[in-house]
Design a protein around this ligand. Structure first.
Ligand code: UD1
Ligand code: UDP
Length: 377
């Protein structure tokens, strides 16, 4: 069995590492294809090193561009590799342009696609990620939704076969790395932070950063924070802040430390010890509830509604009064804080990677890992 993994961004590396590891433990050597959608050391290589991934077989150096430029370039380059290598299955994870490119290139070569973290929906078709998720799910032969709720989204779109709820591989990643982070990371000392006395902030989504109006709303929230905060800043956000002339305002905020993006071990350390997390990231909404840290999400919708239903996450959008109102309530109301911090993790037991490898190997053995002419027969 020859599985190919196509990935290109920070969260894909983090969430696919447990699946790659599971194949290696079964003595199956995976083919690793990195599109290069993310290319800075701290957005890519740091994770390959920390998560001890074996060599990358193909580095496609696609880089940045418009939606179509990036997706198209990735598709062309992925297709060439898949034609040469003819893997038995192509695994993609999540909803980035790399995922869409990998899924389309693969299925058209009749190489079946397995989609890890299938079935997520924000029900907001203006997000590039939502289009990528829907199309990737429909191009896929085997689907691994993390939760029953994600499975229901697939059912609603007529996808009912080869669907396996396995949990989210982010739990595997957190469990595999939290202890290592504890031993190896000195992140709190480096930034002079005390446990549970700071807020961890990240924001990078196109809808929050691409318009000056929305980005300024984010800056206004940062300017009014009632507590020490740290913001490891995604390069997209830094670029936009510079472009809109807002970076100096952010750098002038006294109780806010802005840093480059951090490696996974440092970042896990910051998450685990944070008083609360404010973010628009998908993966960080998940990690917050896994680690028992209250999360205020800087968005108006989420494709992770399980976190909100469980009580660990509140959608605050970019509304300053709402965001800071909830942060103050967390600071003043112990019962409210404990309730959010103790919300149950809806993403499984940390063995999603093992399940995915096992299911794909079994399908392969039975000769069922192939692109069928119809899903409905
Ligand atoms: C992408 C995903 C998003 C995911 C995020 C994870 C899409 C449509 N979006 O968004 O869903 O949440 O990755 O972090 O696929 N840049 C650098 N260095 C890098 C990478 C990017 O400077 O290593 C800058 C470039 O200016 C680039 C911008 O960031 O134009 C955006 O990068 P891109 O990969 O297009 O999208 P992300 O915002 O990273
Ligand atoms: N992350 C990290 N360093 C950082 C910021 C995030 O290691 O400085 C990790 C985080 O722990 C999570 C993943 O990156 O596992 C989330 O990636 P991101 O927010 O870029 O993308 P999203 O999940 O929104 O697609």
């Amino acid at each position: 069995m020859k599985p190919a993994f196509v990935f290109g961004t920070r969260p894909e590396i983090i969430k696919l590492a447990p699946v790659i590891r599971a194949f290696l433990e079964r003595d199956v050597e995976p083919l690793l294809i990195h599109t290069g959608q993310h290319y800075d050391y701290e957005m890519s290589s740091v994770f390959l090193e920390e998560l001890e991934l074996p060599r990358i077989d193909y580095h496609l150096e696609v880089g940045s561009g418009t939606q179509a430029e990036q997706t198209g370039k990735a598709m062309i380059k992925i297709e060439r590799v898949l034609m040469d290598e003819r893997p038995d299955v192509t695994l993609v994870q999540g909803d980035t342009n790399t995922v869409l490119a990998g899924a389309l290139a693969s299925v058209k070569l009749k190489i079946p696609v397995a989609h890890v973290e299938a079935g997520l929906r924000s029900f907001d078709r203006t997000m590039p990620e939502e289009i990528n998720r829907i199309l990737a799910d429909h191009a896929s032969e085997v689907l691994f939704p993390p939760t029953e709720e994600a499975k229901k989204n697939l059912e609603r779109e007529g996808i009912t076969e080869n669907v396996y709820v396995v949990g989210n591989t982010i739990v595997d990643a957190v469990l595999q790395n939290a202890e290592v982070a504890e031993k190896k990371s000195d992140v709190l000392e480096r930034f002079n932070l005390k446990p549970k006395e700071y807020v961890l902030i990240t924001a990078h989504r196109a809808e929050n950063t691409d318009s000056r109006e929305n980005l300024e709303k984010l800056v206004q929230i940062l300017e009014s924070l009632p507590m020490r905060a740290i913001y490891p800043m995604h390069p997209r956000t830094r670029k936009r802040l510079e472009e809109f002339g807002l970076l100096e305002r952010v750098e002038a905020i006294e109780n806010l430390t802005v840093t480059k993006p951090l490696g996974y071990l440092d970042f896990l350390g910051l998450e685990k010890n944070a008083f609360a997390i404010m973010t628009d990231s998908g993966g960080i909404q998940e990690e917050a509830i896994i680690l028992g840290v209250p999360c205020l999400t800087l968005r108006y919708n989420t494709e992770r509604p399980e976190t909100v239903e469980a009580g660990g996450n509140i959608l605050v959008g970019l509304e300053k009064d709402r965001a800071l109102g909830y942060l103050r309530r967390l600071m003043e109301d112990e019962e409210f804080y404990e309730k959010m911090a103790n919300a149950p993790n809806p993403f499984g037991d940390g063995r999603a990677g093992e399940r995915i490898a096992k299911i794909l190997l079994e399908l392969h053995e039975r000769g069922e890992l192939r692109v069928r002419s119809s899903r409905f027969i």
